[in-house]
Design a protein around this ligand. Sequence first.
Ligand code: NOJ
Length: 492
Amino acid sequence: MNNFGNKVIYQIYPKSYKDSNGDGIGDFPGIIEKLPYLANLGIDYIWLNACFVSPQNDNGYDVADYYEIDPTYGTMEDFEHLVHDAKKYHIEIMLDMVFNHTSTQHEWFQKALAGDETYKNYYIWRKGKPSGKPPTNWVSKFGGNTWEYVERYDEYYLHLYDVSQADLNWDNPDVRNEMAKIVDFWMHKGVTGFRFDVVNLISKPETLEDDFEGDGRRFYTDGPHVHEYLRGLNNASFGKIDSLTVGEMSSTSLENCVKYAGENRQELSSVFNFHHLKVDYKHKEKWSLKDFDFQELKDLFITWQEGMQDYDAWNALFWCNHDQPRVVSRFGNDRSYPKESAKMLATALHMMRGIPYIYQGEEIGMTNAYFTDISEYRDVESLNYYDILKKSGKKESEVMHILQERSRDNGRTPMQWDASANAGFSEATPWLQVIKNYKEINVEAALANLDSVFYHYQKLIALRKEYKVIQQGRFVPLAKEHPELFVYKRIF
Ligand code: NOJ
């Protein structure tokens, strides 16, 4: 049986972790400086958010060159030092592979635009409707239609995300080979972990049709050849080494995830699903608020814990990431019980079966940003939805409230290291403002207090390392219907 259950992963958003060269943006030398801190916490892997060359329209999830580090984070040498130095602390690096789409600035797309048929076939193109409308009515994840017209071809290319993120055509074997080559390149640099961005969207059906019931996702999510393509990638690249992989699965199903992450399937080691982070979406819509549904949250955890273990498949356990608001503000009480809620939420998650993730700052109880003006936001999705919500007739104050609860920038503010200017993150003005509460909530303060959230996380990790039952035991829910308690046991 695989023993991924003894690993704990720490996620770093490089832009916001530690700035070493005074440009207001985090970088690799900054991360290297913090390796002793991470070793003290006890983690096994650092997942680095997308850090390849990119125009940064979507903060690196619009990759223009998969073989180069974005210069804002340092040089290739800096990256190699990071991999090397981390290993000295028994920490491995997990890279974020954005393989569903490339930036429209990528050489492949540029060649396609210039008329090169070979590269045109790296992307997904369709004719518009006779009425002059785009090929389908699908809605992009960041708002607006998913198709962009290109005059040269009198065709549209597909972009499930921003217009600057063109979807790759995985039905083309050349694209699949390119992807395996990229993974191989980074494996040779000593990288042993890979997170695959929205990887369950890579296989689109042959015939694309209008969706009259939703935004189109039911047609392209967990698509027709996705398992075959993942297995192909596994066999051609990371499957050849002792690697740890995780697929980000957008709006997925349990039925598919037991396959993606099932033992002997030769696809991935584990999966992220997001159902438990939608229990505060009104009518399943991200931009409509409601109080979170505790029973639904419990039911989802129970379903996924039991469902995955039945197939020896592995869940990633997580509350936070760079796309989510801070958990202590979301499911806890960051005003009256910040420490208690942060510890309670950490315990509930870390004792389950799966691979726990800690998102930078979660281990000191960082909260939402509570920005009050749109000029403070940087995230492309938040800015798009600000306009969309305003156009729908909502008042400024209402829209700001929604962003305070839902914006991805809540999780992207600079790491709070100490009580000095800019929270010790940078000597320059940070690319995104630090949160006002940094004088109370910061690493220095946490390390000085044995009762802090930090030491609680440290203990949870140590417990996982010590007890096989936490790593491997079965998850058994108890008091399933209790309105206030989430109870489970782990047994052999
Ligand atoms: C998921 C990533 O986590 C998110 O940050 C990004 O915007 C989308 N995928 C598109 O790549």
